[in-house]
Design a protein around this ligand. Structure first.
Ligand SMILES: Nc1ncnc2c1ncn2[C@@H]1O[C@H](COP(=O)(O)OP(=O)(O)O)[C@@H](O)[C@H]1O
Ligand SMILES: [Mg+2]
Length: 300
């Protein structure tokens, strides 16, 4: 016979419940003071989407707005190079499940939340997946899966108070793209194209994506890039080397405003490579960008 055991209602050493494993939840807290979230999209790469996004951000900042830009182009993050911030390493702040800040060397649990501080330059807050390409910067990749990295670039960034947050989306209309536009509270999208007919076919795909009933985000309008070539020594001359009025054509077809036409200027390319966006200086690019920015502000 077994000795009698007292089984009281109270166990002074209860077994600890196993910590619940759940993925880091990406909330919207970091976006609560952001006025307008505008996606800069294009059906395909190479139309100057990143160039337009960076110069639009700089232009809005020069106009006095508080601006951030999230580079969501995982396939080819170009924001660090275009802004001369390749060597910048964003700081990461860690918070416990109660929202209390933790020291950076604290042991992290599933419930911790990491918030990345954007890089500030030219009056704009920049964030790019390119800042984390180095192996010693693996911090933000812990916990969430790599596919969440895109959303992290937007939802896990300490944006603070912003009038405009621009998002340089990856080109195309694939699955990642759809989930991203689905999960981010966008005010709308700006679609960048060039005047050629081939580029216009891709714009149609983008327009259809945003008008898809599962997505249904407003399209603020079309920006036509490389509309004409203007030589620096002959600023009044316009050469329509890629065709003419393609942007207007597509805008009319889909009943969208043509927000702006951006000239092809040699210095735009050079300044992009040098990390000093052309819109920092007065000139034909800044004029075109400001006109487009005014249209966006009107429609946002
Ligand atoms: N308006 C412009 N004038 C001159 N060069 C431009 C202009 N827009 C883009 N470019 C150049 O075209 C190339 C592709 O632009 P980018 O912005 O990287 O395209 P995307 O992001 O659509 O792939 C870059 O070398 C860029 O400097
Ligand atoms: Mg790009």
């Amino acid at each position: 016979m077994k000795p009698f055991e007292i089984k009281g209602p109270y166990n002074p050493n209860p077994p600890k419940p196993k910590p619940k494993k759940r993925p880091l939840e990406l909330g919207m807290e970091q976006l609560q003071d952001v006025g307008h979230i505008i996606a800069v999209a294009s059906g395909k790469g190479g139309v100057g989407k990143s160039t337009v996004a960076v110069n639009l951000a700089v232009t809005l900042a020069r106009m006095g707005y508080k601006v951030g830009l999230a580079d969501a182009d995982v396939y080819g993050p170009s924001i660090p190079k275009m802004t001369g911030t390749e060597k910048a390493i964003p700081e990461v702040e860690v918070y416990d499940e109660m929202g209390q800040p933790l020291p950076i060397d604290a042991e992290l649990t599933e419930d911790c939340k990491e918030i990345i501080c954007p890089i500030e330059k030219y009056g704009v807050k920049w964030m790019s997946i390119g800042y984390f390409a180095r192996p010693e910067q693996a911090l933000i990749w812990r916990g969430p899966m790599a596919c969440n990295a895109l959303k992290q670039m937007i939802l896990q960034v300490k944006w603070g108070v912003l009038d405009f947050l621009l998002i340089d989306l990856p080109p195309g209309t694939g699955d990642i793209h759809i989930s991203l536009v689905h999960d981010i509270p966008l005010s709308g999208a700006v679609i960048v194209t060039t005047p050629q007919a081939v580029a216009l076919a891709d714009v149609e795909k983008s327009v259809n994506l945003y008008r898809n009933p599962q997505v249904e985000k407003p399209i603020l309008g079309i920006i036509e890039n490389m509309s004409w070539f203007t030589p620096a020594e002959l600023p009044e001359n316009r050469y329509y080397i890629f065709g003419r009025d393609g942007g207007q054509l597509i805008a009319d077809k889909y009943d969208l405003p043509l927000l702006g036409q951006i000239p092809l200027v040699q210095s735009v390319c050079e300044s992009g490579d040098a990390g000093t966006p052309a819109a920092l200086n007065d000139g034909p690019l800044f004029d075109a960008m400001r006109a487009a920015a005014e249209e966006i502000i009107r429609g946002a």
